[in-house]
Design a protein around this ligand. Structure first.
Ligand code: AMP
Length: 414
């Protein structure tokens, strides 16, 4: 399957080629024809599946083809995203895919001065990418009108509701024209999402890709048993023994992220912590540095890492394991994007063994347990259960079926 087979117009195909996209990803293959035909789409897909292009390409193509019939000025497509990072990434994707189309787009989000944003809006734009809070603000001040919108995309709808944006989203939707085409994207479908989709979509086509554990297949995963006090020394060893181009390291706390960052800098590795205590500017700078490879390592908490999207992230390192097993799958899904392979390395201290068992239950195979050659721990690793001692996983080893895995160890957080 090629983009030409999907009837994508030549200038967009060329722009995609420049980005190195050779063939459409499954979500693109499934969603693009329906969106080009004018249907509403209800897509269940996570970040990392190529869903941005799945909605951006048809919007660009339809706006480009209809440019001659354009009667009124005004915003023609609105994309809502939950976070600034995601909104900026979507905007960058629109820039990448729209080279030569002469369509204007901009992105607006909170936490920064609104003046540069309103200056661009005044000049007139075709496509607006926005986070809900800033959009409502600018609507209330009269800088944005939505009555000319023809295409509406709600991206990561479940995360938006999670973040408490439901009232804002409803206010925004109320200002959109009744006649429009809508794309609704979510990773999960809790009841409120279903209700919102039902109220918004008109006879939608359902498009599903990649169940939650699918990306794990593409990632080369391993775990080192290492006690808390030894983790920093172990991290140094990992950097010495592995070829790490770019890594995203996960810690449980902001404080932990800062500590790990300091240690890495001490041993000469360019690293930046990215978390909620950092200003928007500092976060942007860190992300930019990571993208242009002047920074090798980002250290983040789960919350801060949401929306970080970098091409070809070679390693994900779990300095601490997450307590919610699904979070592990989300974390390692940051590497091995769009068919590339990637590496995920985890550190597991004695008190994290319960989390590791829960994670293994979620995966098709248990994570391979490895030992670092020559690593001398300060703290002696406690005696392991026999199933955990082997260095290579047994084929189809399913920890849920093995001894000593009582329900009591399941520490899933609500
Ligand atoms: P997304 O799920 O939209 O965040 O996209 C995930 C990553 O896949 C991004 O880095 C995109 O640049 C990349 N990507 C999207 N579509 C394709 C494609 N057809 N071929 C190769 N890479 C792609």
């Amino acid at each position: 399957m090629t983009f030409e087979n999907l009837n994508i117009i030549a200038p967009i195909v060329q722009a995609l080629q420049q980005k190195g996209y050779i063939e459409p990803t499954p979500i693109q293959e499934k969603a693009i024809p329906h969106l080009l035909r004018g249907s509403d789409v209800f897509g269940t897909a996570q970040t990392g599946t190529g869903k941005t292009a799945a909605f951006a390409i048809p919007i660009l193509q339809k706006l480009y083809e209809a440019r001659a019939d354009r009667k009124t000025a005004g915003i023609r497509a609105l994309v809502l995203a939950p976070t600034r990072e995601l909104a900026i990434q979507i905007s960058e994707s629109f820039s990448d895919y729209s080279k030569g189309l002469k369509l204007r787009h901009t992105v607006i989000y909170g936490g920064v001065s609104q003046n540069p944003q309103t200056t661009i809006l005044r000049k007139g734009i075709d496509i607006l990418i926005a986070t809900p809070g800033r959009l409502l603000d600018l609507m209330n001040q009269g800088f944005v009108r939505l009555d000319t919108v023809e295409f509406f995309i709600l991206d990561e709808a479940d995360r938006m509701l999670d973040m408490g944006f439901a009232p804002d989203i409803k206010r925004i939707i109320a200002k959109l024209p009744a006649r429009k085409q809508t794309g609704f994207f979510t990773a999960t479908i809790p009841n409120e999402i279903k209700a919102l989709a039902d109220s918004l979509l008109n006879n939608p086509v359902r498009v599903n890709v990649a169940p939650i554990s699918a990306p794990a297949e593409m990632v080369n995963q391993s775990v080192y048993y290492v006690e808390k006090a030894d983790k920093r020394a172990m991290l140094q060893q990992v950097f010495e023994s592995e070829e790490i181009e770019t890594a995203l390291i996960f810690t449980r706390t902001k404080h932990g992220a800062d500590k790990v960052t300091r240690e890495l800098i001490k041993i000469g590795i360019s690293a930046v912590a990215i978390h909620g205590n950092k200003s928007q500017n500092a976060r942007q700078k860190a992300l930019q540095g990571f993208k242009d490879r002047s920074i090798k390592v980002l250290v983040a908490t789960d919350i801060a890492s949401r929306g970080i999207d970098v091409d070809k992230l070679s390693h994900v390192i779990n300095f601490e394991l997450p307590e919610v097993p699904e979070t592990y799958v989300h974390r390692i899904g940051r590497t091995a994007r769009a068919g590339e392979s990637g590496t995920a390395i985890s550190f597991c201290a004695a008190e994290e063994r319960g989390s590791l068992k829960d994670i293994n239950k979620l995966l098709p195979h248990a994570i391979e347990v490895r030992k670092m050659p020559g690593f001398v721990p300060q703290i002696r690793v406690p005696e392991m259960a026999s199933t955990e001692r082997s260095e290579r996983p047994r084929p189809n080893f399913r920890p849920s079926a093995s001894a000593g895995m009582g329900k009591g160890s399941f520490r899933r957080k609500r």
